[in-house]
Design a protein around this ligand. Structure first.
Ligand code: GAL
Length: 495
């Protein structure tokens, strides 16, 4: 990889993102929580399975581990109304290991602010003990900003083997060229449509199953002066997601993956078609869409101020934690008292657009604590605590569905297991950070101005940049033997 060029590019967009404050805050936090390593005694309980006739004795041993800190920092964007799952996970970890986790939750869904705060700390050589990261290209953006590149981070492949995660499909998807540089902790889905069923009923409209039906529903609502799509301009990412879901429906999974790797031609007609549909649907946004963030868009959906929200299943988590009276049903099992229906974005049925949250651990003084935290988080126990509240599903396929409090999650387990195709979400890790940031901003500009020329120029640049950054890294998703979605980009080499 041409790291020096790439790193200077990363530096440029970080400065644009005005994250100098993040350096100050982050470094301050680092010094505030930096403590002298201590010796921690970790009790380990080993249960031996005995033949049915015998009693099952419990053997308690004590592992003494030196060098563990008394507290560690964890950077995340699971803040505010999204804090429930992470807070449960952190308190379970603290209880088990007696190590305090200082959670720095930088608000802004999809990491719109947190990613740049973390990049800044890495560039300053003062990374947190562990941080939240998506699978795919986003991880390589961190490598490019670190002094020793990929070697600045702990290779988690062996830890994944230790905790039984390694052979799972989600772990395969989260690999870069056969290595896990971060441990996956959940599976989210990006190609979802949340529907206020009362709004559709009021205007006698069907639950849309195809793109044409969706466009028609939206137009009818517009004619009645009712907003159709509650996409959120303030934190940008759900507006960009709307374009990517339309693109997925129009182009299909293979071209979507080619977009991620930059191997798709910028002249592919699906790009124009998706853009035209996007601009049709933008007309049905509410007048205040620029002031909504994804959580206030969900609040508006709950109130019936619009019919649709295109977003990922963190919306399921938000509804479960914050709106316990709202009845959410998956499209295949709509209960009579249902308020909100969730379904695959029309035209993408059978495709699972993955969003995999992972934990990455930089090498350095906090490494041991960071690894312990990541390992616990990604373990069965950690995932069984976290996922029910998060709206996601666990990465271990054999975890029973009765851990999930919502029907929507149980439905997702089935959808995930029976999907015909998998893609990796462009807006949640599939794009390099510089491309991603420009893509988000440009999608807002496109929605505001309708200027397609600027948008197509951006897409052309984005495709070239994705190709360049992926090929310079030499990396790809999955392993050479099992490339993600069966797609090996041209630069992939057997290692
Ligand atoms: C994504 C993340 C999800 C959820 C969402 C909204 O980036 O993967 O777990 O947090 O942002 O903030």
């Amino acid at each position: 990889m041409n790291y020096s060029k790439a790193a200077s590019k990363v530096a440029a967009y970080i400065i644009i993102a005005i994250v100098i404050t993040a350096i100050v805050v982050g470094v301050g936090t680092y010094y505030a929580v930096r403590t002298t390593p201590k010796t921690v005694t970790v009790p380990t309980t080993i249960t031996k399975t005995m033949p049915p006739t015998g009693a099952s004795p419990t053997l308690t041993t004590t592992t003494t581990t030196t060098g563990l800190p008394s507290q560690i920092t964890f950077y995340t964007w699971w803040a505010g109304l999204e804090k429930f799952a992470i807070d449960k996970l952190i308190s379970a970890f603290e209880q088990k290991y007696g190590i305090k986790v200082v959670k720095t939750a930088v608000p802004g869904g999809a990491g719109v602010n947190a990613k740049f705060a973390i990049l800044a700390l890495i560039m300053a050589g003062k990374p947190p003990a562990a941080f939240q990261v998506h699978a795919s290209a986003e991880q390589i953006s961190y490598f490019m900003s670190a002094v020793n590149h990929v070697n600045s981070f702990v290779d988690m492949t062996n830890i994944a083997k230790e905790i039984g995660l390694y052979n799972t499909p989600a772990a395969n998807a989260a690999m870069l060229s056969g290595h896990l540089y971060a441990l996956p902790v959940d599976i989210h889905r990006a190609n979802l449509l949340y529907i206020n069923i009362h709004v559709l009923k009021k205007y006698n409209l069907p639950i849309p199953k195809t793109l044409d039906q969706l466009i028609n529903d939206a137009k009818v609502l517009e004619q009645h002066g009712v907003p159709a799509f509650l996409q959120a301009g303030a934190d940008q990412f759900t507006v960009a997601m709307l374009w990517t879901q339309i693109f997925l429906a129009v182009a299909g999974p293979t071209k979507y993956i080619e977009f991620m790797y930059g191997t798709l031609s910028p002249d592919d007609p699906s790009i124009q078609k998706a853009t035209q549909i996007f601009l049709e649907l933008v007309k049905t946004f509410p007048p205040n869409w620029m002031s909504l963030d994804w959580t206030s868009a969900v609040a508006a959906l709950v109130k019936g101020e619009g019919a649709f929200v295109v977003d990922g299943d963190w919306v399921t988590g938000l509804l479960y934690n914050v709106y316990p009276k709202v009845v959410l049903s998956p499209v295949d099992d709509i209960k009579p008292n249902t308020d909100i229906v969730v379904e695959p974005f029309p035209g993408t049925q059978g495709i699972y657009s993955l969003v995999i949250d992972c934990v990455m651990v930089p090498k350095g003084p906090q490494q041991q604590g960071g690894v312990l935290f990541a390992k616990f988080f990604a373990s069965r126990q950690g995932q069984e605590i976290f996922n029910p509240y998060k709206g996601s599903i666990a990465t271990y396929p054999d975890i029973p569905t009765n851990i999930y409090p919502t029907e929507a999650q149980k439905w997702e387990v089935k959808q995930y297991g029976s999907a015909k195709a998998y893609v990796y979400a462009l807006i949640h890790g599939g794009l390099f950070d510089d491309v991603w940031q420009k893509f988000l901003q440009s999608s807002i500009l496109l929605a505001q101005t309708g200027n397609t020329q600027l948008w197509y120029n951006m897409i052309k640049w984005a495709l070239q940049q994705e190709y360049k950054e992926w090929s310079e890294s030499g990396m790809f998703m999955g392993s050479y033997e099992h490339p993600f979605a069966g797609y090996l980009p041209p630069w992939a080499k057997k290692s």
